[in-house]
Design a protein around this ligand. Structure first.
Ligand SMILES: Cc1cc2nc3c(=O)[nH]c(=O)nc-3n(C[C@H](O)[C@H](O)[C@H](O)COP(=O)(O)O)c2cc1C
Length: 422
């Protein structure tokens, strides 16, 4: 019986353990988690979602408070078109986050950054260009383009000295999205180094409509694999979404995939950025607690735990501090939903906004608990302790379980040592 470790992911001259830990914003896939994946010979991701606030937390910088100070005069104004990011400061924050992570890297694996096109930041092209280039400048091993079609993203870095040496890949949820991307970028004479096919059971935003349940990861992967074969395109294919055990992963690797991307199982690892009490919520989740809703202002459906405190909260939009989802004209669907609610309840101090959520603020504060479909199985991957809580796992434990397990088994962590009275 095969194990994941019987396969290798080949990226250029590199041979890697075919396990990719997916990017989880905002700083859920921390540098520590990505560093573990690299140390163990696989691929880890950090995320470039809201890097200024992540840098503030990591390095005690003041990127957010400086921006807020500059635009404080606009806080009560619903027109956010003036609230722009300082591109120099954005580059600085990205270089710090990426550079310090890469300096700490050990082992034979790689660290990529997950770069979401939907973070439009009130100036989509300029801010994306800065984020991509700063990550390359700071030595990132690779960039995974996500949450968007990215038809123009490679052109933003085509003159960068690392354009041909860094690994560049894209996440798609359909063959159509992939063929569009390939067609638009054909003139650059540079194929993606890998393609991640993310199915409907993934965490975070979904590349499907609210009819996501009609789609099937295996069917999409087969379609993409057959297309790449027919076109003689030798691009490693990496499925993602709902791959919960080593055996699940092996079944994809035996059918022509080069690696798997996984995330949910690592949300309950010590290295993951979620606060400890939130990790316990993930452990406790039942199948009924997981939903896909349309609350994200990005317009993509998102999977989350129903008990997320950010659902139905009615906070004032925080775009002067954050503003990552402002489109190119300073609008965000949450601002509209918030204003409609305020207008419907004049004079009320506390309102609840039901249609959308202020994703920047709530993701930053870990109040939207996004997860993959199988989050309800996390409790089966650990031990219940005497106080009713679940034992956190090490990222190494979860990684090795994917790497070596067979027969749909999940290895439990070693039981914690019981303190003996002296
Ligand atoms: C907590 C969480 C946050 C995520 N955030 C992002 C993100 O910011 N960008 C992205 O491209 N994918 C994101 N994802 C998707 C993962 O990178 C990954 O592709 C997917 O969840 C894999 O499926 P699995 O969670 O069932 O293993 C997130 C997933 C989780 C669980």
């Amino acid at each position: 019986m095969k194990r994941v470790d019987d396969f290798r992911l080949r990226l250029g001259r590199r041979e890697l353990v075919p396990i990719v830990i997916g990017g989880m914003g905002v700083d859920i896939s921390t540098a520590e988690l990505a560093l573990e994946a690299a140390r163990l010979g696989g691929v880890g991701h950090i995320s470039d979602a809201m890097v200024p606030t992540v840098a503030d937390r990591r390095f005690q910088t003041h990127f957010v408070s400086e921006k807020l100070k500059l635009y404080k005069y606009n806080v009560a104004n619903s027109d956010k078109s003036k609230v722009l990011f300082d591109l120099g400061r954005l580059a600085e924050a990205t270089q710090m986050h990426v550079g310090r992570t890469m300096e700490a890297k050990r082992g034979s694996g790689l660290i990529f950054i997950n770069c979401m096109e939907k973070l439009t930041m009130n100036s989509p092209k300029d801010t994306l260009r800065v984020r991509l280039r700063a990550a390359l400048d700071a030595g990132i091993d690779g960039i995974t383009l996500s949450a968007g079609l990215h038809l123009g993203s490679l052109a933003l870095i085509e003159d960068h000295p690392r354009f041909r040496d860094a690994k560049l890949g894209i996440i798609v949820s359909s063959l159509r999205a992939l063929t569009l991307f390939l067609r638009k970028n054909a003139r650059l004479n540079r194929l993606p180094d890998y393609v991640i096919v993310e199915g409907p059971l993934a965490g975070g935003h979904l590349g499907f409509g609210m009819d996501w349940a009609k789609y099937d990861l295996r069917a999409i992967v087969s379609e993409v694999r057959d297309y790449l074969g027919a076109e003689k395109l030798d691009i490693p294919l990496i499925p993602a979404g709902g791959i919960f055990t080593g055996s699940d992963a092996v079944s994809f690797l035996e059918n022509g995939s080069a690696a798997v991307q996984v995330a949910t199982r690592f949300t309950v690892s010590r290295e993951c950025g979620l606060p400890e009490d939130v990790k316990q919520e993930y452990f406790k989740a039942s199948e009924q607690d997981v939903e896909v809703n349309a609350l994200s202002p990005t317009g993509y459906p998102m999977r989350m735990l129903k008990g997320s405190p950010g659902i139905g909260a009615g906070i004032r939009p925080n775009c002067e501090a954050y503003g990552y989802l402002l489109d190119g004209t300073g609008n965000c669907a949450y601002i509209k939903a918030y204003n409609a609610e305020v207008a419907a309840h004049p004079g009320e101090k506390k309102i609840s906004v039901k249609d959308k959520t202020c994703l920047c603020t709530h993701m930053r504060n870990f109040d939207i608990w996004t997860c993959g479909h199988y989050a309800y199985r996390l409790k089966d991957t650990s031990r219940r302790l005497a106080d009713g809580s679940y034992q956190l796992l090490s990222a190494e434990h979860v990684f090795r379980d994917y790497q070596f397990s067979t027969d749909q088994q999940v290895t439990l962590p070693p039981a914690p040592a019981i303190a003996t009275a002296m």
